[in-house]
Write a protein that binds this ligand. Sequence first.
Ligand SMILES: [Zn+2]
Length: 175
Amino acid sequence: MDAPSPETCVGCGAVLPRVEGPVHRYMTSSPACWAAFNVLGSTRYSLADVPFEALLVDAYAVQHPGTPSNQAINSVAIHLMVLYGVIVRGYAPDQAQRLRQRPGQQRRVPKHERFFWLTPPSFASVLTVADVLSAADVQARADVAEAWVRDVWSVWAQLHEGQVAAWFAAYMAFE
Ligand SMILES: [Zn+2]
């Protein structure tokens, strides 16, 4: 049997063997990339107990921004703010879930008027979920995972850090 032909993920650019399968509703990816992300969350590929594990979903979401629907706009904004909060502002990674819930508690501006589409950066030279999975062992995976999260944030930050910081101050910051 021939090996499956490779397929480039429309989101992050990871090249993985083509598979049939589901993709996320608005975090647009190749089926193989979405499957890889789900494998990462399974115990078989445990990252060891590292703080940045809490941010993998944020990195994946903003590296697969999709198209400018209300859901995608909200998702990208919230996950970018979480990355900004932890990486730039020094919130603990274990606060990530609390941060993600904050915009839903701020009701003074209607949900779909809070955020707008940010043109995504190029991910051409950025690590992907495939790099995390191909690391040699649990410790290496944890290291690559943290590098991936920081890498994805840094290309977004080059274009949009000011806007993300403004949204963070308005909708997410807490003492
Ligand atoms: Zn991808």
